[in-house]
Design a protein around this ligand. Structure first.
Ligand code: BGC
Length: 739
C-alpha cells in the first residue's frame, strides 16, 4: 500500500476492510497502515477534538504539565506539549489522554533538544566547525536517546537557518553562512535524531526550523522583518530545508519573521506551495511560539479568528502556545472561513505522524530508562570527541601551541575559565552546569603534577580596577598566560542580538595589560557568534576558537592547548574585522567593481580593509598540509554530466593531524551572476606524518546548477574549481559545460 494514500482510496479501503464492524476500531489496529488508521480516527472525531489535536501547549520549565492540561487531555483537546518531560510528569499527563479521553489519542511530547539533552555537545555553530557530518549525526543520535528516555518523542531541531549577520544572536543555533555546509549538516542531524525509523525506541522526530528566512533579520535584530529575493531564497535559504526533507524530516516549524511582507506563519506560497506542492513534504507544520497570534501584531490579521483562519489556510497544522485554533476554529469552520478540507488535512497529518511515531502503541516511558541512558560514559566520550573536533586554531605564532605540560607556572585568567554554565551554551536543554568541566579544571588535569596553576577572574561586566590589577599581577609571574575571553552563554541565542561584536566588558583592556607583562599569552575564545578579534590577531600570539563546547568543555580545550589533541576545525562562518563590514560572507557576488586596494572607485571601504579577519573555511593545525595535483576530468561535459575532481593532500609535518579539504566552484558567466565561490564538497581527513591521500569528488547537476528565474539549471560556460584548506587561495583548475 502506498505510504501516503489519497482520502478517496482510504474510504474505499475502509469500506472493504475486514476490521470494519469488529470490536477493535481500525485506528487501534497496530498492524494497519498509519494513513488508514488516521483516516479511521478522523471519522470518529468531533470538530472540537479535531481542533484540539492541532493545539500544542507549554508546560512548566522544570518539566511539569499545567493543571489545565489534564482537563484538556481528558477532553481530547491536547495534541502536543512542549517542555513537559520526565516519566512522572509525562506519564501522568499521558494517562489522562490515553485512558481517560473518549478516543484515547496520546499527547506528543516535544522539547528543544538542540545540541544535547543532558550530555551537552558543542553549540551547533561550534559543531559545524567540525566539518564532520557523521560526528554531528552521532551527537544527534545520542541526544535523541537521552531525550527519548525522559518521554520525549519530538525535538525542535535541527535549526537550519542560514545566518550571515553575527549581530543576530541565533547565529549560534545554526550551521553558519553556507547553504552547502548547512545542507549536509541538516541532513546529518535529521538522520541522527531519527535513525531509519523515528518510531523506534531511542529515536525522536526532528523538526526543520524556522521556515523561512529568519536568519536574514534586518540589522541582525531578532524577530525583525526580512526582505529576501527569490534567488537568495532558492539558492541560499531554502537548500538546508530541502536537504532536511530529503533526509526524511517529518515536521517543520514556521518562523517569527515576515518575509517580503507576508509573515512566515501565514505564508501560503511557502508552506502549501513550495514545501508541500513543490517538494512533496507529507509531514506537519507547527507554528513557532505564539506566532499564530502574532499575525495580529504583524498587521496581517484583524483579530484572533482572522489569525487562525490565515495560518490554518496557509498550511500551519499545529498552533504552538497561542490558542486561537481551539478557541475560534469551530465558529470559523461553521461560518465557512476555514474549509473542512483544510481542517481535516491538518488533523490527518498530525494523527498520521502520531501513528508513525509509535506513541499509540507505546504512550508511556519506562521510569527506569532515564538513569540508564543519561550521561553514560559512551556519551561523555562522544561529547569530548565532538568538542575536540570543534576547536578552531586561529593563530599560532612561533608555534607557541601546543604548550608543554611540564611548564612550571601557568596563569589562567578570565571568569569564563571558571564558569560551568557558560560552557553549555544558550539552548542546553536539561544540561546541568554542575556536569560541565571548566577550563581551569581541564588545565589542572592536563598539566604535570609539578606545574603550578593560578587563576584570576579578570574582566567581565562589573569588573573593578582591583580585579584587573589582581589578574595582571598573577599573570606577570607565569611562564604562560591562558586568557579565557568571549561571551557568557546568555549573550547569544534567542533575543540576544548585539550591535557590537567587541569582547564585552573590560576584556580587551585586560588583554592589553596582559600583553604588557611580556609573558606569552594564549587567548581561548568562548562565544556563540563571530566576534571582532582584530586586536587579538595583531597582538596575541596564539588564539584558539573554542565556541561553547558543552559538558566536556574544559577537558577538550586543555587537551588541545597541551597537545594531547591537534585542532582541525574550520570556521563555518566569516569573522569580520569590524561590525561595520556585516553582512560579510565568502559567497558574495563579484560586482562590476570588485575591491582593489589600488583603485579608488572599487567596492571597498575608505576606513577599513574590505577583507574579513578570518575567512569561511579557515583554521590552522599543529600539523602542516600541502595540496597538489588538482585534476578535473573530463575537460568538458554536457549540462547533465558530471566531472571528477581529484587532488592530493599531504601531511608535511611531524605530527598527525586533521585537514578539511574543501572544493569550491565558480560559474564564470551566466544569465544570473553567481557567487565568487560556492562550496560544493569537503572532507575531513586525519593524516599521519608524511602521509598523503588522493581525494576525489564528483560534481554533477546538483552541485553545478543554480536556481534561475526560469528554474534550476546548469548553464553552459566555463566553471572554475578551487581546492584547498579554506575559501581563500588553493589550487585552481577549470572545465567547460557545453550545450
Ligand atoms: C523559538 C523556537 C523554539 C520554540 C519552543 C521559540 O521561541 O523560536 O526555536 O523551538 O520557542 O521553545
Amino acid at each position: 500500500m502506498n505510504k501516503y494514500m489519497s482520502i478517496a482510496a482510504l474510504i474505499f479501503l475502509l469500506a472493504a476492510s475486514p476490521v470494519r464492524g469488529a470490536e477493535v476500531p481500525l485506528y487501534k489496529d497496530a498492524a494497519a497502515a498509519p494513513a488508514a488508521r488516521a483516516a479511521d480516527l478522523l471519522g470518529r472525531m468531533t470538530v472540537e477534538e479535531k481542533f484540539g489535536q492541532l493545539q500544542q501547549l507549554d508546560g512548566l520549565w522544570e518539566g511539569n504539565y499545567r493543571e489545565e492540561h489534564l482537563k484538556l487531555a481528558r477532553e481530547g483537546k491536547l495534541g502536543s506539549t512542549l517542555n513537559v518531560r520526565t516519566a512522572p510528569f509525562a506519564n501522568t499527563l499521558q494517562k489522562e489522554a490515553v485512558e481517560n479521553s473518549r478516543l484515547g489519542i496520546p499527547v506528543l511530547f516535544a522539547f528543544d533538544v538542540i545540541h544535547g539533552y543532558r550530555t551537552i555537545f558543542p553549540v551547533p555553530l561550534g559543531e559545524s566547525a567540525q566539518w564532520d557530518p557523521l560526528l554531528a549525526e552521532a551527537a544527534a543520535s545520542a541526544a535523541a536517546e537521552e531525550a527519548y528516555s525522559v518521554g520525549l518523542k519530538w525535538t525542535f531541531a535541527p535549526m537550519v537557518d542560514i545566518a550571515r549577520d553575527p549581530r543576530w544572536g541565533r547565529i549560534v543555533e545554526g550551521s553558519g553562512e553556507d547553504a552547502y555546509l548547512g545542507s549536509r549538516l541538516a541532513a546529518a542531524r535529521v538522520r541522527g535524531f531519527q535513525g531509519s525509523d523515528y518510531g523506534a525506541p531511542g529515536k525522536v522526530m526532528a523538526c526543520a526550523k524556522h521556515w523561512v528566512g529568519y536568519g536574514a533579520a534586518e540589522a541582525g535584530r531578532d524577530y525583525n522583518s526580512t526582505d529576501i529575493s527569490e534567488s537568495a531564497l532558492r539558492n541560499i535559504y531554502f537548500p538546508p530545508f530541502k536537504a532536511a526533507v530529503e533526509a526524511g524530516v517529518p515536521t517543520f516549524m514556521t518562523a517569527f519573521n515576515d518575509l517580503n511582507g507576508v509573515p512566515s506563519t501565514a505564508n501560503k506560497r511557502n508552506i502549501a506551495g513550495v514545501l508541500r506542492s513543490e517538494w512533496g513534504f507529507k509531514g506537519f507544520v507547527v507554528s513557532d511560539y505564539t506566532s499564530v497570534k502574532e499575525l495580529i501584531l504583524h498587521g496581517l490579521a484583524a483579530d484572533g479568528e482572522d489569525a487562525a483562519v490565515k495560518a490554518l489556510s496557509a498550511g500551519v497544522d499545529m498552533e504552538m502556545v497561542s490558542t486561537l485554533y481551539r478557541e475560534t476554529g469551530p465558529a470559523a469552520l461553521a461560518a465557512g472561513k476555514i474549509s473542512q478540507a483544510d481542517l481535516d488535512a491538518s488533523v490527518l497529518r498530525v494523527l498520521e505522524l502520531k501513528f508513525r511515531a509509535g506513541i499509540f502503541e507505546n504512550p508511556y516511558i519506562d521510569p527506569a530508562l532515564e538513569a540508564k541512558t543519561l550521561k553514560t560514559p559512551e556519551k561523555l566520550a562522544l561529547a569530548l570527541n565532538a568538542a575536540l573536533k570543534s576547536m578552531v586554531l586561529l593563530k599560532n605564532e612561533g608555534a607557541l601551541l601546543p604548550l608543554d605540560p611540564k611548564l612550571k607556572k601557568v596563569a589562567v585568567i578570565g571568569a569564563l575559565a571558571d564558569s560551568r554554565a557558560d560552557m553549555l551554551g544558550s539552548w542546553s536543554a536539561d544540561g546541568k552546569p554542575a556536569d560541565a568541566v571548566t577550563l581551569l579544571e581541564g588545565i589542572k588535569e592536563a598539566v604535570s603534577p609539578v606545574t603550578w596553576v593560578s587563576y584570576s577572574s579578570g574582566a567581565f561586566a562589573g569588573a573593578t580596577d582591583k580585579d584587573l590589577d589582581k589578574a595582571v599581577a598573577a599573570a606577570a609571574a607565569a611562564d604562560v598566560i591562558i586568557a579565557a575571553v568571549g561571551e557568557t552563554f546568555d549573550l547569544s541565542g534567542e533575543a540576544a542580538s548585539r550591535v557590537s561584536l567587541a569582547l564585552p566588558g573590560r576584556q580587551l583592556e585586560l588583554l592589553e595589560r596582559l600583553k604588557k607583562t611580556g609573558r606569552p599569552v594564549v587567548a581561548v575564545v568562548f562565544n556563540g557568534r563571530p566576534l571582532e578579534l582584530g586586536w587579538l590577531n595583531d597582538n596575541i600570539p596564539a588564539i584558539l576558537e573554542a565556541w561553547q563546547p558543552g559538558t566536556q568543555a574544559g577537558s577538550a580545550v586543555a587537551q588541545t592547548l597541551f597537545g594531547k589533541s591537534n585542532p582541525g576545525g574550520k570556521l563555518p562562518v566569516t569573522f569580520p574585522r569590524s561590525v561595520g563590514q556585516v553582512p560579510i560572507y565568502y559567497g558574495h557576488r563579484n560586482t562590476g567593481r570588485p575591491p582593489d586596494a589600488k583603485e579608488k572607485y572599487t567596492s571597498k571601504y575608505i576606513d577599513s580593509s574590505f577583507e574579513p579577519l578570518y575567512p569561511f573555511g579557515y583554521g590552522l593545525s599543529y600539523s602542516s598540509f600541502a595540496f597538489s595535483g588538482l585534476a578535473v576530468s573530463p575537460a568538458s561535459i554536457k549540462p547533465d554530466g558530471k566531472v571528477q575532481v581529484s587532488f592530493e593532500v599531504k601531511n608535511i609535518s611531524r605530527r598527525s593531524g586533521d585537514e578539511v579539504a574543501q572544493v569550491y566552484i565558480k560559474d564564470e558567466a551566466g544569465s544570473e551572476t553567481r557567487p565568487v565561490r560556492e562550496l560544493k564538497g569537503f572532507q575531513r581527513v586525519t593524516l599521519a606524518p608524511g602521509e598523503a591521500r588522493v581525494l576525489t569528488f564528483e560534481l554533477g547537476p546538483a552541485e553545478l546548477g543554480w536556481h534561475y528565474a526560469g528554474g534550476f539549471a546548469v548553464e553552459p560556460g566555463r566553471f572554475k574549481i578551487y581546492a584547498g584548506s579554506s575559501s581563500v587561495g588553493g589550487l585552481e583548475a577549470s572545465f567547460e559545460v557545453k550545450p
